[in-house]
Structures are given as structure tokens and as C-alpha cells.
Design a protein around this ligand. Structure first.
Ligand SMILES: *[C@@H]1O[C@H](CO)[C@@H](O)[C@H](O)[C@H]1NC(C)=O
Ligand SMILES: *[C@@H]1O[C@H](CO)[C@@H](O)[C@H](O)[C@H]1NC(C)=O
Ligand SMILES: *[C@@H]1O[C@H](CO)[C@@H](O)[C@H](O)[C@H]1NC(C)=O
Length: 331
């Protein structure tokens, strides 16, 4: 909203810089259309997509930023101090069709660091090149205390985690895909996560979604061909978090190290509900290099399945798996 209100003023400054090209004081206001006419003004402009993003995250009021071009970070983003920030991609293909805008961390830089109460909404973005390494977490989003919403985004070729949420209102993901990321995708602790129409495919390394004392609700999610070394390739839920999947599909998820458990899902000391879900070819490795079907492992956990418990591949140590359709959502 604010972004739009600012536009006429910037346009005027842009016009002035066009009329007074020798005055460096006005150069900063150059808008994209003028940059094309006066190429020299473009260099000084704080209106590059990255500069506009940096400006937006540190605003003190509700801010909506519409990106209209891809951006490659040249430094970590500053900590988000905006209490209610929305960043929406509004890019076009050469043929003028609407597409996501790409944000590339270039394997070096960190994205949104949100360390307070408040809301961050991200939509229509393609997120790539966020790569954490020892000593530096280059996550795309790290939130402590915030409410994070992600809509219609694609996350691909990131490594070492993409979204990390601790406490707060938690994480909501809708209509998005996480494809071919390495080393985990989402971690949520002491909070909640809701996912609707989300695809997790061909992610490698560790469990795609790791939860600690966190409730998860997943509707119409697909987990396909994810692989992890030691534990559940799709979702791992630890201590006191409860999870509910409804109309989800778990296909071809694999744990690759001998002794690893829960091909698709591991529930540790907590509760998992699977309403009208489909399980196919989720596997673990056993001694002798063989694979065995294991969709869900309940490690001191309880599992309710509706309409039925799969005839193979639901295993438990101390735990129980039973048929229970109570409190399954109807659609
Ligand atoms: C936060 O921003 C969103 C999107 O602009 C808006 O719908 C919502 O009302 C805002 N919330 C507050 C408390 O300002
Ligand atoms: C953030 O979202 C939560 C719940 O989603 C809402 O209760 C709260 O008012 C929002 N805060 C702002 C600043 O918009
Ligand atoms: C998943 O893996 C299977 C077996 O390797 C393969 O046939 C299938 O095409 C893969 N699916 C996707 C969407 O990559």
C-alpha cells in the first residue's frame, strides 16, 4: 500500500532528475522507465529490486512490496523490522505471461531474518541458491516469534535448510513446491505448521520437514522421491508434537542408511493421524544392503489411520497403530 502511495513522489523526483541530469542529488529517485532513457541515472538509483527489498524489510509500518524483476542478493538482507511485510513476485515472461520472481541467495547470503512478533507473507517467488554452510546459516527465512505465510512459491536447489521457524504463530504454506533441495527444507520448533497443496519432491540429505514440539496439519500434500540418510525422508516429528495428514500421498521416499527408520514419516513419542492418505514404495535399508517397505515408524508414538492401516509398512517399537476416522476432516 505504502509503496503505491510513494510512487507519484518518486515519479516527480525521477522527472526532475531527468530534467536536471547534472545534479547528483536527484539521481536517487530515478525510476525504471527513466533509467531506460537516461542510462547514467540507473547506477546511482536505490530503486534496484534489491535496494527496494532492503528498504521494505526495515520499514516501520505495514508494507507491501511488489517485485517486478528477479534479484540476486549481493549481501545478507538486513533483519526484518517491518511488523507486517508482504513481498509478492509480479514478474512477466518475455511473452507477457505472469510468472514468479526469482530470489537467488548465490550460495553466500541469507534472506529474511525475522526476530519478533509480526507477520511476513511471501508469495509468487522462486527461491534458489540459499546454502548454509558451517559457521553461516544462509536460510531463506529464519523466524523467531513471527507468523510466516508462504503462497505459490517454488523452492529449488537450496541447501542446509530453507525455512526455520521457532515459537510464534508459526508457518503456513500453501500451493507451493519444494523440489531438489539438499540437507533439509523446513524446521519448526515450539510452534505450529499448516500446509495445503504443497509438493515435496526429490529433496535429499535429511528429513524434509523436521518438527520439534510442533503441531502439523497437512492437507493434500504430496511427498515424492525424497531421500534422507538416517530418518524419515518426508516428515520427522519429535516429542509432543502431533501431526495430521489428510488426503496426502507418500510415494517413493527412502531412508538410505542401514538402521534408519520411517521411510516417509517418523513419529517419536507423539501422535500422528493419517486420514485418507496413500502410501507407495516408501523404503528403509536393512542389513545386507536390502531395502524394506516402511512408510511410517512410530517410535513410542500413536498412529491413527483412516480408512485402514496399510497392510505393510507401518511399524512401531513401543506404540500403536489403529483404525480411527474420528476427527478426520470430511474433505
Ligand atoms: C498485514 O498486512 C496484510 C497484507 O497487506 C493485511 O491484510 C493485514 O490486515 C495487515 N495486518 C495488520 C494488523 O496491519
Ligand atoms: C499476524 O498474524 C496473526 C495470526 O495469523 C494475527 O493474529 C496478528 O494480528 C497478525 N499481526 C499483524 C501485525 O498483522
Ligand atoms: C520417482 O522415482 C521413480 C523411481 O526411481 C521414478 O520412476 C519416477 O519417475 C520419479 N518421479 C519423479 C516425479 O521424479
Amino acid at each position: 500500500m505504502r509503496q503505491q502511495r510513494l510512487r507519484p513522489v518518486l515519479l516527480l523526483i525521477g522527472l526532475l532528475s531527468f530534467l536536471v541530469p547534472h545534479s547528483p542529488g536527484y539521481g536517487g529517485g530515478a525510476m525504471a522507465p527513466f533509467a531506460r532513457i537516461v542510462p547514467s541515472a540507473a547506477a546511482a538509483a536505490p530503486t534496484t529490486p534489491e535496494a527496494r527489498l532492503r528498504d521494505a524489510v526495515t520499514k516501520r509500518v505495514t508494507t507491501v512490496l511488489r517485485l517486478t524483476s528477479d534479484l540476486r542478493l549481493t549481501a545478507d538482507l538486513p533483519a526484518v523490522t517491518c511488523p507486517n511485510l508482504t513481498v509478492t513476485g509480479n514478474c512477466r515472461t518475455v511473452k507477457g505471461r505472469s510468472r514468479r520472481c526469482k530470489i537467488d541467495g548465490r550460495k553466500r547470503f541469507a534472506g529474511f531474518f525475522f526476530m519478533r512478533e509480526g507477520n511476513l507473507t511471501l508469495s509468487n517467488l522462486e527461491v534458489t541458491g540459499f546454502a548454509s554452510k558451517s559457521g553461516k546459516d544462509n536460510l531463506f527465512v529464519r523466524s523467531v516469534g513471527g507468523a510466516i505465510t508462504v503462497r505459490n512459491c517454488l523452492f529449488t536447489k537450496n541447501s542446509g535448510g530453507v525455512i526455520d521457524v521457532t515459537t510464534g504463530y508459526g508457518l503456513k504454506v500453501e500451493g507451493s513446491s519444494f523440489v531438489r533441495n539438499e540437507g533439509g527444507v523446513i524446521n519448526v520448533a515450539y510452534s505450529t505448521m499448516e500446509a495445503k497443496d504443497v509438493l515435496f519432491q526429490a529433496n535429499t540429505g535429511v528429513t524434509a520437514i523436521g518438527l520439534v514440539r510442533t503441531g502439523l496439519i497437512c492437507r493434500r500434500c504430496v511427498f515424492e522421491n525424497n531421500t534422507a540418510q538416517t530418518q524419515a525422508a518426508a516428515v520427522g516429528v519429535g516429542s509432543a508434537g502431533s501431526i495430521r495428514f489428510s488426503r496426502c500421498r507418500f510415494i517413493g521416499n527412502t531412508v538410505t542408511e542401514v538402521g534408519g527408520r520411517g521411510g516417509a514419516v517418523i513419529v517419536q513419542g507423539s501422535y500422528g493421524q493419517f486420514c485418507h492418505c496413500q502410501f507407495e514404495r516408501n523404503t528403509i535399508k536393512v542389513a545386507g544392503g536390502k531395502t524394506r517397505i516402511e512408510h511410517v515408524y512410530l517410535n513410542g508414538g500413536l498412529g491413527d489411520f483412516c480408512e485402514k492401516v496399510p497392510s505393510t509398512g507401518v511399524n512401531f517399537d513401543v506404540g500403536e497403530a489403529k483404525v480411527n476416522c474420528k476427527s478426520c476432516p470430511s474433505a
